[in-house]
Design a protein around this ligand. Structure first.
Ligand SMILES: Nc1ncnc2c1ncn2[C@@H]1O[C@H](COP(=O)(O)OP(=O)(O)O)[C@@H](O)[C@H]1O
Ligand SMILES: [Mg+2]
Length: 376
């Protein structure tokens, strides 16, 4: 782990922060140039002013996707041809990120060089977002939880994303073949070679996910305990679709595949079980417990990344305070304090300052109003 120890042996994280953000024709920002210091930033403003849009832009630079789950076209300012999002990341190795997205033209550069391999790009900027959609991690389908695992693995293992892409490509190709089988028999030779590939890539994904769970689970348990004041115990268990042997189980599913015309076993069917006092949180948890759990997962994600990379990710917190009751809000605070002490950078949106006053010190306040950002 890359952490620095000072003369007294105290361990310090290396601060990485977004020093500058530039937007052109992004959402309701025609033009934005903002400089940000490390530390705690609060974006304040009424509804529909552009607070979340800022977080979306920062997250987009880090992950190349919107946390709102929309495509590029929606983020282009109405009437414009394309958007530009750029930024300078300062910390261990400074980076300049530039991205331009239009329907017919896409450009992504890191430090003045066009990005060829995405594996080289991820890592320049790491973020963890907290938003209302996080509740889907608990309430939604297994897909949301697989995505969560995959993002965590992509953020910590350079080879994971290409591996996942190859696996998903194979699943799609194999499914297409199974669908064709309606017209006179399947091409068994082709199916066999896809199956072999599926098993090879799939086993690697399963191994990565299996190794992640026991490292991640204790962090999430601790975060949940802190926010909920030890109300319940959280346990997270990886629930792979493959029980023992992928190749054997795939072969055994052949008869069912003929009916469904799709690949029915494999890591694309995995799940992550979330248990509160050994009961499914999705089925038995209260609304408040589910929200707390979603936040705990994100906090654990941030801690996991900080531990591996030696610098905390930038936290993007969208409207979260408003969703927690007073007690849980004050449980959330120590976690933010922790981020602050680690010299991280936090961006938090709110319509009003409705958090306990302890958090009030050293805040950097920004007023967001119809696509403009002003320090106050
Ligand atoms: N592609 C777009 N072009 C122009 N304006 C947009 C676009 N997408 C969203 N907006 C505007 O952005 C505003 C919402 O921004 P948002 O950041 O979600 O607000 P909030 O401050 O409530 O978080 C709305 O006024 C909406 O009309
Ligand atoms: Mg918002």
């Amino acid at each position: 782990m890359k952490r620095l120890a000072d003369a007294r042996g105290a361990i310090h994280f290396i601060a990485v922060h977004l020093a500058q953000l530039r937007l052109r024709d992004f959402r309701n920002y025609a033009r934005l140039d903002a400089d940000f210091a490390p530390g705690f930033h609060v974006l304040l403003g009424d509804n529909a002013q552009g607070k979340t849009n800022i977080l979306e832009a920062v997250y987009l630079m880090a992950t190349l996707r919107s946390f709102r789950g929309v495509g590029g076209a929606q983020m282009i300012r109405h009437g414009a041809k394309g958007y530009f999002v750029g930024g300078n990341v300062v910390g261990r190795g400074d980076h300049e990120i530039k991205m331009y997205w239009a329907l017919r033209e896409r450009k992504l550069s890191l430090d003045g060089q066009a990005v060829k391999k995405l594996g080289d790009y991820f890592g320049a900027l790491r973020t963890v977002v907290f938003c209302t959609e996080d509740l889907q991690l608990v309430k939604g389908t297994a897909r949301a939880r697989r995505r969560f695992m995959d993002l965590l693995l992509a953020q910590t293992q350079p080879g994971y994303l290409p591996l996942l892409q190859r696996y998903m490509h194979t699943v799609r190709a194999r499914n297409a073949l199974l669908k064709q089988s309606r017209q006179g028999g399947t091409d068994e030779g082709a199916l066999e070679s896809f199956s072999a590939e599926l098993v090879r890539f799939g086993n690697e994904i399963i191994r990565a996910r299996r190794e992640l769970a026991p490292k991640f689970s204790p962090l999430a348990r601790l975060a949940y305990r802190r926010i909920s004041n030890n109300a319940e115990e959280l346990r997270i268990e990886y629930q792979p679709s493959v029980r023992n042997d992928f190749a054997v189980e795939l072969a055994q599913s052949r008869a069912r595949e003929k009916n469904f015309r799709a690949t029915l076993v494999g890591p694309h069917r995995d799940d992550l079980q979330l248990l509160l006092n050994e009961k499914s949180a999705a089925q038995f948890g209260s609304e408040g417990q589910k929200r707390t759990l979603a936040i705990a997962l994100k906090m654990a994600q941030a801690e996991y990344l900080a531990g591996i990379h030696g610098s905390p990710p930038i936290l993007l917190i969208d409207d979260v305070m408003g969703e927690l009751d007073v007690k849980r809000r004050s449980g959330f605070l120590p976690l933010l304090e922790h981020a602050r002490k680690a010299c991280g950078q936090v961006f938090m949106t709110a319509t009003e300052e409705n958090w306990p006053s302890e958090l009030g010190k050293d805040l950097q306040r920004w007023q967001v109003q119809t696509g403009t950002l002003k320090r106050f």
